[in-house]
Ligand binder design. Structure first.
Ligand SMILES: Cc1cc2nc3c(=O)[nH]c(=O)nc-3n(C[C@H](O)[C@H](O)[C@H](O)COP(=O)(O)OP(=O)(O)OC[C@H]3O[C@@H](n4cnc5c(N)ncnc54)[C@H](O)[C@@H]3O)c2cc1C
Length: 100
């Protein structure tokens, strides 16, 4: 089970950005957010490219949305995978399910 560090950030690089798992690979132990985030990333990047005069401006605007959004899910996924393999994982899972 692999995951990127939380937060996963990078120096802005002209002409390049990341989306989906390349930007925020996380365990599926939170609520299965990876594919949903990847689709949202693609939609936001496409929208930014239509709204900004240059591709670099669009990527800057997109990354301002992308990174904070993925951090919230990645933090939950990191906690979730720790809990899933903890000695009291059954109790933690029951508490999580009961809370929702
Ligand atoms: C067990 C498990 C359960 C999950 N459950 C959920 C869930 O319930 N809900 C949810 O939203 N998400 C879930 N996910 C996460 C979800 O599968 C991923 O977040 C999502 O597939 C990421 O999409 P992506 O397009 O970014 O990357 P990927 O789906 O990994 O697509 C990347 C593609 O690039 C290709 N590729 C790689 N290298 C190259 C290369 N050099 N040249 C050309 N092509 C290349 C790969 O073959 C692949 O097809 C789960 C993941 C796992 C492992």
């Amino acid at each position: 089970m692999f995951a990127l560090p939380v937060p996963h950030t990078w120096e802005p690089t002209p002409g390049v950005t990341l989306l989906g798992d390349a930007a925020h690979l996380m365990s599926p132990f939170f609520s299965g957010m990876g594919a949903n985030l990847a689709m949202r990333d693609g939609a936001d990047l496409a929208q930014a490219l239509t709204e900004h005069a240059t591709a670099d401006d669009a990527v800057t605007a997109y990354e301002k949305i992308l990174i904070p959004r993925s951090v919230e899910a990645a933090e939950g996924a990191a906690e979730g995978v720790d809990g899933a393999f903890a000695p009291d994982s059954a109790e933690q899972t029951l508490a999580h399910m009961t809370a929702h």
